[in-house]
Design a protein around this ligand. Structure first.
Ligand SMILES: Cc1cc2nc3c(=O)[nH]c(=O)nc-3n(C[C@H](O)[C@H](O)[C@H](O)COP(=O)(O)O)c2cc1C
Length: 433
């Protein structure tokens, strides 16, 4: 059995964690760092390579044209900015990679390069950054636009954004900093260069006004459409993905690796990590009852599913009759997310068919005892022949313990999960195997 890389994708972002789960008890405040620090310590002790913190910059009101379902159930909102959390997580840990999300559409590249350079110095090489292009018009309207820039153009812009960020990180040559106290020379000015970037989208003079870190932060990305995969394959160290079958996982990974090779990269430098949702139970009886509960298409379950896909795709799914075939849909928002949803059932299916197919298949859920979930992951790893997985879920300690306490030893017994993280930083850990 080959070792896999594991991480945790915090899909609720720096936001509400299990606010109405009765088993959570009291005493944890999602608005403060300790809940995330506790989780990060546990992830590190468990041998997870990285913790990725999702982000989004709007209060969704796509579903039915109102924010009611989102605010009532705390879905995608409220959410703090993930970047100020990073130093707290770094201070609480010493080996795990910390990966905040930031938007190439709304951060200008100089600000991003400087912020990430600063944080990477704090991180000692453990920083990553999840680059998103923020598909939502609602987000764009918070930044002075009437609507979001066209899908592929967003990625063209993001390509240039990444290029500028990296140029700025390279604007100080190695050896530029002398700190020569004898001759009174801090830095050799001949080794610090303006980048004078005049591109299609950005004009940036440079150089960066701080010392770039020796190890550039690890770039993470989750583009799923053709253009998104091209961006990810060209630029990313880690690609995040959702896929519902081993075949789709294998195909996606092959496709991203082929793009990377076409851009002259070594595909083995990329790690493609698939999101899975382990739901740990005590025995077969509990698993059966969890499955039965999840397969029920209650109004609450319908709202839950549709508010999510409505926001992420920018298409109001409340506008469709549940029992009519769904029309052809396209979006300027997250095309890949919309395609994934619609293709959950054969073409011509009704919305109810799609929801039922997803509920029956349980989406990304892997339900069972520690040994059963680990065995499932081992089979998946074999079938995909890939790099690893990201667990998703809230980071309330009750949930993290419930998930990892039985799962970690079961994964280790199968030789899937490392016993210790190295101290060389996130990129080094990702390249250990
Ligand atoms: C695992 C995963 C995590 C993602 N995290 C974020 C996020 O934090 N913020 C965000 O705006 N988009 C996020 N996305 C959306 C992607 O960046 C991307 O827009 C989406 O997968 C659709 O692909 P496309 O843009 O190529 O159509 C995520 C997607 C996936 C699959």
């Amino acid at each position: 059995m080959t070792l896999q890389h594991f991480g945790w994708f915090l899909g609720a972002g720096f936001g509400v964690q299990g606010w109405n789960d009765p088993s959570y008890g009291i005493g944890y405040d999602w608005k403060q760092p300790p809940v995330y620090q506790d989780a990060a310590r546990l992830f590190e002790a468990s041998g997870l390579d990285l913790l990725i913190i999702e982000d989004g910059v709007a209060v969704p009101d796509t579903y039915g044209g109102t924010a009611e379902v989102n605010l009532k159930n705390a879905r995608f909102v409220p959410k703090h900015d993930p970047l100020p959390l990073v130093p707290y997580l770094l201070a609480a840990t010493s080996r795990i990679g910390i990966v905040p999300t930031l938007s190439a559409s709304f951060y200008d590249p100089f600000t991003a390069a400087r912020l990430l350079a600063t944080l990477q110095h704090f991180a000692g090489g453990r920083l990553g950054f999840n680059v998103v292009t923020s598909g939502s018009d609602l987000a764009a309207q918070n930044y002075g636009l009437d609507q979001q820039v066209e899908h592929d153009l967003r990625y063209d812009r993001a390509d240039e954004w990444v290029d500028v960020v990296r140029q700025l990180w390279r604007s100080w040559e190695p050896g530029a900093v002398l700190e020569d106290t004898v001759n009174g020379v801090f830095a050799d000015h001949t080794k610090v260069h303006p980048i004078n970037h005049h591109g299609r989208f950005f004009q940036v003079r440079g150089p960066l006004n701080t010392v770039p870190p020796t190890e550039e932060p690890v770039m993470v990305q989750a583009g799923a459409s053709g253009r998104g995969q091209d961006f990810a394959g060209k630029n990313s160290d880690v690609v995040l993905a959702l896929a519902s079958t081993p075949e789709r996982m294998r195909d996606f990974r092959e496709s991203v690796r082929a793009v990377a090779a076409a851009h002259g990269r070594n595909p083995d430098d990329i790690r493609v990590l698939f999101v899975v949702n382990p739901i740990l139970t005590a025995n077969a009886e509990e698993s059966a009852s969890v499955r039965a509960h999840r397969a029920e298409l209650t109004q609450a379950a319908i709202d839950e599913a549709l508010q999510g896909v409505s926001y992420l795709s920018g298409v109001d799914f409340k506008a469709f009759d549940l029992d009519e075939p769904l029309p052809e849909l396209t979006t300027n928002s997250n095309q890949g997310t919309l395609d994934n949803f619609v293709k959950s059932a054969p073409s011509g299916s009704t919305l109810r068919d799609i929801l039922q197919a997803r509920a029956n298949k349980d989406g990304l859920a892997i339900i069972g005892t520690g040994d059963e979930v680990a065995e499932h992951l081992a089979e998946l790893a074999d079938a995909v022949g890939g790099d690893g997985f990201l667990f998703t879920g809230q980071v309330h300690p009750a949930h993290v313990h419930r998930t990892l306490d039985p799962l970690v030893p079961a994964l280790r017994r199968r030789g899937l999960l490392r016993t210790e993280l190295g101290r060389g930083g996130l990129r080094a850990n990702l390249r250990d195997f």
